[in-house]
Design a protein. Structure first.
Length: 309
């Protein structure tokens, strides 16, 4: 059954504040609107009710008998709505896990896995947000973060997940059209896909060659792309050779969408890490569930925190 009659709901909020303060000015300040807006809302409510809610004089403002009676009902009703809303928001907040990571880590590693977690944990809501070029991990507004780090941030609890191997990849079609590519020296005859704006700590072509003790070759062509996910799609599309991070391209290697034209591999000194804020007084059950599941996805991984508990 329809609830009827209901007054203009915005007017109730304006009226409750004005009645509590006995001042349109203070009500306006509280609700971040103008005094005129409060006056209009109260007048709208009075017109709807057909009764005056305030008795105004040149020096003061008081509730009318109708206003006093109506104020008590409105205030108690709004308090119940606020209390119920707060409980619902608290429950949702307690069930939600916010995970921050890079766009590459999110799209290539995390998102393909989370379907299983959601199937096993229907009571947990995942919120995955992508931040690239993070300068201060401690300022991330999240429960957990996943990032590649050469230097572990001191202001976070760090759980190293895995080392990385970085190596060239291309599509089978590209290698078939460029059979002359057999060693790194042959890269001067191909197109290199270049991550134009690399994320913090990531390794580009120049550093990759340098750390392998090889001279950087000048490719025949170069395509600059500022997104790692787009760069891999370009490689899959046969547009050139990209630097791949083993854990991020494992699915593409398994399906054969990407192959390795040469065997040269660089093992990085950094690691992909699980980062957790140090300033959290207590970890919610939903966060513990996701953390435990995430670590279980790493074969042979032993959590030092759990082992020492």
């Amino acid at each position: 059954m329809k609830i009827h009659p209901l007054p203009p709901l915005n007017s109730l909020i304006a009226f409750e504040s004005a009645a509590r303060h006995l001042s349109f000015t203070l009500a306006a300040q509280e609700l971040s609107v103008t005094q005129g807006a409060i006056s209009r809302q109260v007048r709208l409510l009075e017109d709807y009710l057909g009764k005056s809610l305030f008795e105004r004089t040149t020096r003061s403002m008081n509730l009318s008998p109708t206003g006093t009676q109506y104020y008590e009902v409105v205030r108690e009703s709004l308090k119940k709505i606020a209390s119920s809303t707060g409980e619902i928001r608290h429950w949702r907040g307690a069930q939600q896990v916010t995970v921050a990571t890079s766009t590459a880590m999110a799209s290539l590693w995390l998102l393909p896995k989370v379907t299983e977690f959601q199937r096993e944990n229907e009571d947990v809501d995942l919120r995955i947000i992508a931040y690239d070029h993070v300068k201060d991990y401690a300022r991330l507004d999240c429960d957990l973060a996943l990032y590649y780090c050469r230097t572990f941030p001191k202001e976070m609890h760090v759980t190293p997940l895995f080392n990385e191997e970085v190596f060239p990849v291309c599509s089978p079609d590209y290698l078939e059209k460029n059979p002359q590519i057999q060693t790194l020296n042959d890269f001067d005859k191909c197109t290199l896909l270049w991550l134009e704006d690399p994320q913090r700590d990531w390794i580009g072509w120049s550093e990759w060659f340098q750390r392998l003790g090889c001279n950087m070759v000048e490719p025949r062509h170069r395509i600059n792309i500022n997104s790692y996910s787009m760069l891999l799609q370009s490689a899959i599309g046969g547009q050139g050779i990209a630097l791949a991070w083993s854990n991020l391209v494992s699915n593409h290697l398994q399906t054969g969408a990407l192959i390795r034209p040469v065997t040269n591999t660089l093992t990085t000194d950094g690691k992909f890490c699980l980062l957790e804020p140090n300033n959290r007084s207590a970890t919610r059950l939903s966060v513990k569930k996701f953390r435990s599941w995430l670590l279980s996805e790493l074969p042979g991984f032993i959590d030092a925190r759990e082992a020492s508990a």
